[in-house]
Structures are given as structure tokens and as C-alpha cells.
Design a protein around this ligand. Structure first.
Ligand SMILES: [Zn+2]
Length: 419
């Protein structure tokens, strides 16, 4: 592990056309560095914490888009924030798997964009390539992230590769996730609740100068560079569908970095004339809270709700991000609230089709069950973004494998019970 004293101040390089940061709410622009993670200063004066995005001097021609969706996000460097040299671990280029047509309830093509095949088994690798590059670009002595799992592991891994010390603040985790988070030689520490976590994170930023790699504000604003990495999911889906746009994309939502990133990627494809319309972005939230659904319904930038407990712990949040509102509104999309039972049924069903997804991930597949009743799928394929594999769920390891004595009789008994 690299200590703060010996961390490199390596400046990120690349052929990025990123020019500035821009507030999604008021449009104010700021220099590209340092990243504004705690919200737009202009909106802050009005008492609102607003997220920012990256703006580019877009290349005139669409030559930046490669012909094939191979792994490694550096291939999309012109339309990403500056990426550090040698930091990529071949993230992205994940398969777009067609769901077996005989298992689809309706006359449409359904695909699963399987982000569990990334270097740390989730979509978060795309984000952390961009965020760790930003930390290196500003010469940060280390990084700090608050995370329940996937983000923390990806941040730890990419920081480790960059030679940066990372502090990952989590809440107590299931055993598999605890091992996962600690696999990268970084400092992983559990604190009792989210607010304590954010307060400590702020202190680490102030006292040690560590770079914030996750959200620590209410309402959430998040790192402006992070969502940009998710644009590549849209580029890949387009290429993998044979240069077609899906009609709609179902996406698990918490603070909507993924939702906004995929939306923005399709928006850029439209801007270059690759696709005629931006696909409808269908945000998928656990029904125990669903703040984005309510924000859209009430026409509010942000709402707070009482979020109950959910097995989809990675995405069950009590407040939405304005980032999600922009993506849903501008794509003429909608938000679906999915129950715990629907998520569990979807997980079992996907398993029977050969894919094991985290509960927070299969929510997109559960939501796609409503496609027929929503009249979706007539104008193009539907895509579910599957963010992560199932080994991180709360109840992993609780179902024992049946143990028999090895005799033929016992085996026959077991087979009879299966009928
Ligand atoms: Zn603003």
C-alpha cells in the first residue's frame, strides 16, 4: 500500500476534449479542475446542492466512435474526462446478452447488458477509471469513498493500481463483501450509519487533502467526472445492437450516476446523427422509498422520502439526485417502483436463464416485466443494465446445499423431491 507521503502526483494525460464543468441546474460553468464534488457554488448561494457534468469541445467528425465494443475505456478517450496513463484494467466491453426469446413475455427483443463482467465485477469500474484519473490529475495524496460495496471495491482497486492510498468507509457488510472490499490492500473501515460516514469523510478531505471519490452531501451531487464513464455503456449498446438504438433502457437507480451517464451517452450518439432518438430511460427504484419516482411525479428537483429496509441495499436511498430527473425528463422516460418480491422473482428467473445478478441489479429485469403492459418494445429492442453479480447479496450463504449420505437411494429420493 502506498502511503500519502509517497503517493505519486502523476498528471493525467490523453486525447480528451473535456473543457469545463457545468451545473446541471443553473448552467454555470467552472474550470475542469479541481472537480466540484460538493455541488455547484452558484446554486449553493440559493441554498440548493446541484450536481455538475463535464462539457467538451466535441470533435466535428464522429470518428471518435470505434467500430467494435472491445474492453478498455481509453478507446473512447476524446469524449471522456482526461484518463491517466496505464490505469485502465480493460473495463467495459461487457457482453450484451439476448434473453432467450421463448422466455420473453411479449413480442420484442430483450437484452441484458452484463456489467458483472468488469474487472471488479460491477459497472463501478467505468466510473472509478475517471474518478481516480481526476485524483491523480490534481495530485491528491489519497482518495476517500463512502460505499456499501461495489463502488468501494472498485475505488480501492483503481486507487491501488494508481499507487494511491484509499480509505473506504462502509457500514457493516456481509462476509463475502467484507473480503471483497479488503482484497486491494487499502484501508477499509465500517461506521454505524450513512450520516456518520459522510461527516468522517468530510473530515478526511479537510484534514488529509484526500480526493472525494463518492458522494458526501444531501441532496447527493457526486463526483462530476464519474457519470461520464457510464456514457460508454450507451456507445457499446449501440455498437452491439448492430448500430441500432434500443427503444428503452431499464436502469437500477440510486443517486442516478449510471442513469445520467447512459442517457448522456445516447444524447451524444444522437448529436452525431448515429441514432434518430434518445431511448427512453426507465429508472428502476426499490418500492420501499422511490424518491426519484416521486420527484418526477411532483415536478421537484429533489424530494426526501422515508426509505424502508430493502435487500437491494446498494440502491435503496431516501433522497434522489437531480441528475436522475434530467435523464428521465429529457429522454421522455419514466420511473418504476419495484417491490422486494418482484426483485426476488426476477433474480430466480434470471438464474434459470443462466445469469446470477445482485438483487440491486436484477431490479432492471424485474421492471422490464412491465414492458408489455407499458407498450414498450414495438419500435426497437429493450435493454436491461445488469450492474453486478449475485455474490454480494445480504442473504448469500444462508441456503445450505442438501447433504446426502452418497447412496443411490438417497440420491433417488432427492431427485424425486425435485419433480
Ligand atoms: Zn448551479
Amino acid at each position: 500500500m502506498t502511503t500519502p507521503e509517497t503517493a505519486p502526483g502523476r498528471i493525467a494525460t490523453g486525447q480528451s476534449t473535456a473543457r469545463a464543468q457545468r451545473c446541471l441546474f443553473c448552467g454555470a460553468e467552472y474550470p475542469l479542475y479541481p472537480p466540484i464534488v460538493a455541488g455547484c457554488p452558484n446554486c449553493e448561494r440559493e441554498g440548493f446542492k446541484a450536481p455538475l457534468e463535464i462539457v467538451y469541445d466535441y470533435p466535428e467528425s464522429g470518428d471518435w466512435l470505434p467500430d467494435s465494443p472491445l474492453p478498455g475505456l481509453t478507446r473512447y478517450a476524446p469524449l471522456l474526462p482526461p484518463l491517466a496513463d496505464n490505469l485502465s484494467m480493460g473495463e467495459g466491453g461487457t457482453p450484451l446478452v439476448q434473453h432467450p426469446p421463448h422466455l420473453v413475455d411479449g413480442d420484442f427483443e430483450l437484452y441484458i447488458k452484463d456489467e458483472s463482467r468488469n474487472p471488479t465485477w460491477s459497472h463501478k469500474d467505468r466510473l472509478n477509471l475517471c474518478v481516480v484519473s481526476a485524483a491523480l490529475a490534481v495530485g491528491a495524496p489519497g482518495m476517500v469513498a463512502a460505499s456499501s460495496g461495489n463502488h468501494g471495491a472498485a475505488a480501492a482497486a483503481y486507487a491501488a493500481r494508481a499507487g494511491l492510498h484509499a480509505v473506504i468507509l462502509c457500514t457493516p457488510r456481509p462476509p463475502a463483501v467484507a473480503s471483497f472490499l479488503q482484497a486491494y490492500g487499502q484501508t477499509v473501515v465500517a461506521v454505524p450509519d450513512v450520516l456518520t460516514r459522510w461527516t468522517l469523510m468530510q473530515r478526511i478531505i479537510d484534514e488529509l487533502g484526500y480526493h472525494p471519490a463518492s458522494n458526501f452531501t444531501t441532496p447527493p451531487t457526486n463526483h462530476p467526472f464519474g457519470s461520464e464513464g457510464y456514457k460508454t455503456i450507451a456507445y457499446e449498446i449501440y455498437l452491439q445492437l448492430g448500430r441500432r438504438a434500443p427503444e428503452a433502457v431499464f436502469i437500477p437507480v440510486s443517486y442516478a450516476e449510471l442513469t445520467f451517464g447512459v442517457f448522456k451517452g445516447f444524447k451524444e450518439l444522437k448529436q452525431y446523427g448515429f441514432i434518430p432518438e434518445i431511448p427512453h430511460i426507465i429508472g428502476c427504484e426499490p418500492a420501499v422509498g422511490a424518491p426519484l419516482k416521486r420527484a418526477i411525479a411532483e415536478g421537484q428537483p429533489v424530494v426526501h422520502v422515508d426509505a424502508g429496509p430493502s435487500d437491494a441495499y446498494a440502491i435503496a436511498v431516501p433522497v434522489n439526485s437531480y441528475r436522475g430527473v434530467v435523464a428521465i425528463r429529457e429522454s421522455e422516460g419514466l420511473v418504476l417502483a419495484i417491490t422486494e418480491e418482484e426483485m426476488k422473482a426476477a433474480q430466480a428467473e434470471l438464474g434459470r436463464a443462466g445469469m446470477w445478478g445482485e438483487i440491486s441489479s436484477v431490479i432492471s429485469f424485474a421492471a422490464a416485466k412491465q414492458a408489455k403492459s407499458l407498450g414498450l418494445g414495438k419500435k426497437g429492442p429493450l435493454v436491461c443494465v445488469h450492474t453486478s453479480s449475485g455474490f454480494k447479496d445480504i442473504h448469500v450463504g444462508e441456503t445450505p446445499i442438501p447433504l446426502i449420505d452418497g447412496s443411490w437411494d438417497a440420491f433417488q429420493e432427492l431427485m424425486a423431491a425435485r419433480q
